[in-house]
Design a protein around this ligand. Structure first.
Ligand code: UDP
Ligand code: MG
Length: 321
């Protein structure tokens, strides 16, 4: 069976935002594991417009490890953009995306690569558990993933960005022109021969999580609206509900009029005005959001802007700009 296994270069894509403390450990650990397992590899660090010394550290690593490369964005474009930039840079026959804070255990890379060798084109890392979170966060995440799961038709409840993709899957993703590409969902949506590997989310050793409540809410809204028209359908549903209520109230008012109590109901009118007014505002907001998205896509701006690159020099072992 040995000779039926394919082999090839593994690219590891590491989105990095203010990760000066994590990068040396990531480069050393991942390189050591892959050399040990005899897997040909390259590491692609994407500096997502960090404000700390991340870029200098990446250049230093490229000087130390010939197989390390780096791309630096002109500003912070977000993790999704960083992942896509890494995929575009990757030269491998397969590409693994992982966090550079090592919360995605690098030992799993070997197992995932072996599955790729057996013929799988998408190897998904799924979270064995969601780690430590407060109940509100868990509830919000659950609601978010159930909407996304319904929109994609794929169970996303334990999905992560820790994924290994075959060249063909990478090229398919890169060919998609949408600006708000949601990697985690799109890489499942494309199909292909897929398998899963469970992993435990590791504690963060260095630095801190880049997510604030505000950025999480924005992340959820962006990804829900880029994957599903459900909020627009909700608007229609709201319209129907309000219409049914107004029929009931209409009948009630007619009844009042017929029985000679017509003037009563001033409060009802004020409340109805407020209620309908606010619902209309919300609906307009949702529709406006989708129009803004169409506008964004039509402008056709790039997903990210690369300011600099660096590459480990295989001959001299020094970083080249
Ligand atoms: N990240 C990024 N751009 C951002 C935010 C995060 O490239 O705007 C990277 C970050 O450096 C890390 C990964 O995305 O490698 C996951 O981020 P983080 O650890 O902050 O998220 P968490 O693990 O807490 O979900
Ligand atoms: Mg993390």
């Amino acid at each position: 069976m040995e000779d039926t296994l394919r082999s090839g270069l593994l690219s590891v894509v590491l989105p990095s935002y203010n990760e000066e403390a994590s990068i040396p450990r990531a480069a050393d650990t991942i390189t050591a594991i892959l050399i040990d397992a005899d897997i040909p590899h390259e590491l692609v660090f994407v500096d997502d417009g960090s404000r700390d010394r991340t870029w200098t550290v990446i250049q230093e690593q490229a000087g130390r490890h010939p197989q390390v490369r780096g791309v630096r964005f002109s500003r912070n474009f977000g993790k999704e953009a960083a992942i896509f930039a890494g995929l575009a840079q990757a030269r491998g026959d397969c590409t693994l995306v992982m966090d550079c804070d090592l919360q995605h255990p690098p030992e799993k890379a070997v197992e995932m690569y072996r599955l790729w060798q057996e013929g799988y084109q998408v190897v998904e890392g799924v979270k064995a558990s969601r780690g430590k979170e407060n109940p509100l966060h868990t509830f919000a995440a659950k609601s978010f993933y159930s909407i996304i799961s319904r929109a994609t038709g794929i169970d996303m409840s334990r999905a992560s960005d820790f994924k290994l993709l075959d060249r063909r899957a990478v090229d398919t993703l890169l060919a998609m022109r949408e600006k708000n590409a949601f990697f985690r969902a799109l890489s499942s949506w494309i199909g292909f021969q897929t398998t899963q590997v469970e992993f435990e989310v590791q504690p963060r050793l260095e630095g801190e999580s880049k997510w604030s409540i505000r950025s999480l809410v924005r992340y959820a809204i962006t990804n829900i609206t880029s994957f599903s028209a459900a909020p627009l359908q909700l608007v229609t549903l709201l319209g129907v509900v309000v219409f049914l209520c107004s029929v009931v109230l209409g009948i009630h008012s007619l009844w009042q009029w017929a029985s000679g109590n017509a003037l009563e109901g001033f409060t009802t009118i004020i409340l109805l005005q407020l209620f309908i007014g606010s619902i209309l505002m919300i609906c307009l907001g949702i529709i406006g959001y989708y129009i803004a998205k169409i506008y964004e896509e039509i402008k056709d701006r790039p997903r990210y802007i690369v300011a600099e690159r660096c590459e480990g020099d295989r001959d001299e072992g020094t970083a080249k700009k």
